[in-house]
Design a protein around this ligand. Structure first.
Ligand code: CP
Ligand code: NVA
Length: 318
């Protein structure tokens, strides 16, 4: 049984499908799971802003009977006020889980290494695995299957792109990322996804033409061009993404029954137009709702079966 949810790369296609199965059961019958984690506690650490992830984790945790405590960088500025190691060794005396949104993936990985609690990655600069689980539940609800379907990512090869590409590869969905040449996903993620795809029969590819990316797609997905923490790069990034807007013209290249997804927040008029995000093809608020059900399933999967490791009272694990 896995202790942490840090990266989609760590979970098999079967394990991810099991989380989707629990998510569906939770969505259909939330009362059945009510209070199933009573007596346990989670810390929610957010070093970046959040609407969806914060609200859905806090409400979802409470629906399962968990006690939550919310911390920002004003409380624990990781690595500045206190080391990640010391924060972890304190938290493991009080909580069973840590949901953390931070900058470097290393912070999340280190916390999982140092602490006996379960760690859930609520977004780093490198990945947003919880987003991917919510999105693939939404895709399953709308398309009924992943096999033989095409996912088109249009825009930045960023954290959300990484998690979605890995997820698609693991569950056998074809994934094309249409990205500018100077904003490609990390080659290590692409190679990993392509290796997984060889096992599931999916095709994972990169293109630089948005129309080619969207061609015959069943899912068209975009995200902001300037992610949290990249504000200083705004001017240069805006130039790179010229032509990458998802608008009605671009949607014409996709399957007429394609759905449009966006993790949100959206910068309307930049990466997506109102006519697309407000169209009948848009499922962005289904996606937002599914964050709740899928994150409850992640908490349940990790904490229900949790056998807390021994708390080390010396510093040998550092
Ligand atoms: N999609 C998403 O993670 O939204 P927030 O940044 O508002 O949590
Ligand atoms: N790529 C975006 C996702 C926000 C949910 C960011 O990191 O800001």
């Amino acid at each position: 049984m896995k202790k942490d949810f840090l990266s989609i790369a760590d979970w098999s296609g079967k394990e991810l499908m099991d989380i989707l199965k629990i998510s569906k059961a939770m969505k259909a019958n939330p009362k059945k799971f009510g209070k199933s984690l009573i007596g346990k506690s989670v810390a929610l650490i957010f070093e970046k802003p959040s609407l969806r992830t914060h609200v859905t984790f806090e409400i979802g945790a409470k629906q399962l009977g968990l006690h939550t405590t919310y911390l920002t960088s004003a409380d624990i500025s990781l690595g500045k006020r206190e080391s990640v190691y010391d924060v972890s060794k304190n938290l493991e005396r009080w909580v069973d889980g840590v949901v953390i949104r931070t900058f470097g993936q290393k912070n999340v990985d280190s916390m999982a290494q140092f602490g006996s609690f379960s760690v859930i990655n609520a977004l780093t600069d490198y990945e947003h695995p919880c987003q991917a689980v919510g999105d693939f539940l939404t895709i399953l609800e709308h398309l009924k299957t992943f096999k033989g379907k095409k996912f088109a990512w249009i825009g930045d090869g960023n954290n959300v792109c990484h998690s979605l590409m890995l997820f698609a590869a693991k569950v056998g969905m074809n994934f094309t990322a249409a990205v500018p040449a100077d904003h490609k996903p990390d080659p290590a993620v692409v190679l990993r996804a392509q290796a997984e795809a060889r096992k599931t029969g999916a095709v994972i590819e990169l293109v630089h033409d948005p129309a080619a990316g969207a061609a015959n797609a069943d899912v068209v997905y975009t995200d902001v061009w300037v992610s949290m923490g990249q504000e200083a790069e705004r001017e240069t990034k805006m130039k790179s993404f010229n032509g990458f807007q998802v608008n009605a013209e671009l949607m014409k290249h996709a399957n007429p029954k394609a759905i449009f997804l966006h993790c949100l927040p959206a910068h309307r008029g930049e990466e997506v137009t109102d006519e697309v995000i407000d169209s009948p093809q848009s499922a962005v608020f289904d996606e937002a709702e599914n964050r709740l059900h899928t994150q409850k399933a992640i908490l349940y999967t990790l904490l229900k079966a949790q056998g807390r490791g021994k708390i080390h009272t010396h510093r040998s694990r550092r």
